[in-house]
Write a protein that binds this ligand. Structure first.
Ligand SMILES: NC(=O)C1=CN([C@@H]2O[C@H](COP(=O)(O)OP(=O)(O)OC[C@H]3O[C@@H](n4cnc5c(N)ncnc54)[C@H](O)[C@@H]3O)[C@@H](O)[C@H]2O)C=CC1
Ligand SMILES: O=C(O)C1=N[C@H](C(=O)O)C[C@H](O)C1
Length: 267
């Protein structure tokens, strides 16, 4: 029989956190040890609306949570600011983080990578857990060997805190592995409205759309003389991310370093 993996979910009342609690509850060898919430300290999650029967303690302080519940894995689905603190505190307590939270800076990612290495424990930070989105990034990296002009349009619901999305940054980073820095558009182009050409990543432009009704969508548009290639992925619900969360929890148990992005894991 497989060993039980004890898990803490941070952000259980959020759009993604709710799905993660459900995933843990429904997976045979996963066990919910506790949750990290912004409020409800000292209560049981079952006392919170929408979680009847989920009798695990709620904590607001990550150190206290990890000391008392001694989990194997933290799943973090919170905010850029808190997610970073939770991840760092988890590593300090030898808890393996699986982080979906986006919006960390490059410096924070480097610091967490160093800490994971120093502690010799696994950590997965995945800007996108949906298998289709990972394929979109991989296909984009492949296409960029042949197409050097590319613009990324990411579209999300209007409650999203970070822009551009973690997925679009990761996509641009993967494309940049195959493409020398190149300023796109006319050399004399001028924005008459600031931001019209989007964010600049090594000359690639990233455009962020925020609208109610959307969930998570991205188009990577490559252009060349007389042709274009569009690679698009759509998540229509948050359940689309959960198979990636499950694989990440299982995989992180066998890692001794930080992995950023699931592209190497799904190989
Ligand atoms: N990697 C992936 O595949 C995906 C990542 N995300 C990312 O996951 C994060 C959460 O997204 P959503 O669920 O849509 O946001 P949300 O706003 O619905 O949920 C965030 C939750 O974090 C909680 N929170 C805030 N401060 C906290 C604290 N100090 N301790 C514990 N919980 C705290 C809030 O109460 C809220 O319930 C975002 O960074 C988003 O970009 C979202 C979808 C997919
Ligand atoms: O906030 C979201 O919703 C999402 N965030 C992630 C990102 O920033 O890329 C992943 C997915 O796009 C949904």
């Amino acid at each position: 029989m497989n060993e039980m993996i004890q898990i803490v979910v941070a952000g259980p009342r959020g759009r993604m956190g709710k799905e993660a609690v459900k995933l843990v509850q429904e997976t045979e060898n996963f066990k919910l040890a506790g949750v990290l919430d912004r409020k409800n300290e000292g209560r049981l999650l079952s006392e919170v609306e929408g979680f009847s029967g989920v009798d695990v303690p709620v904590f607001t302080d990550p150190a206290a949570c990890f000391q008392q519940t001694k989990p194997d894995v933290l799943i973090d689905l919170t905010t850029p600011e808190k997610g970073y603190i939770h991840t760092k505190t988890a590593l300090e307590h030898n808890v393996r983080p699986v982080v979906g939270t986006t919006g960390f800076t490059a410096e924070q990612l480097d610091e967490l990578k160093d800490l994971a290495e120093q502690k010799g424990i696994g950590c997965i930070i995945a800007p996108n857990f949906a298998v289709g989105a990972i394929l979109m990034m991989k296909f984009s990296e492949m296409a960029s060997k042949y197409f050097k002009n590319v613009e990324i349009i990411e579209l999300h619901h209007d409650q999203k805190l970070d822009a551009p999305s973690g997925t679009s940054i990761k996509t641009a980073e993967m494309i940049a592995r195959q493409r020398k820095e190149k300023k796109q558009g006319h050399e004399n182009e001028k924005e008459t409205i600031q931001g019209a050409r989007g964010g600049d990543f090594e000359g690639m432009r990233i455009h962020s759309v925020r609208l109610p009704g959307l969930i998570a969508h991205q188009e990577v548009i490559f252009g060349a003389d007389g042709q274009s290639l569009t690679i698009r992925h759509d998540s229509y619900n948050r359940a689309s991310f959960m198979s990636g969360v499950k694989v990440s929890v299982e995989t992180v148990m066998g890692l001794d370093t930080l992995v950023y992005g699931l592209e190497s894991i799904i190989d």
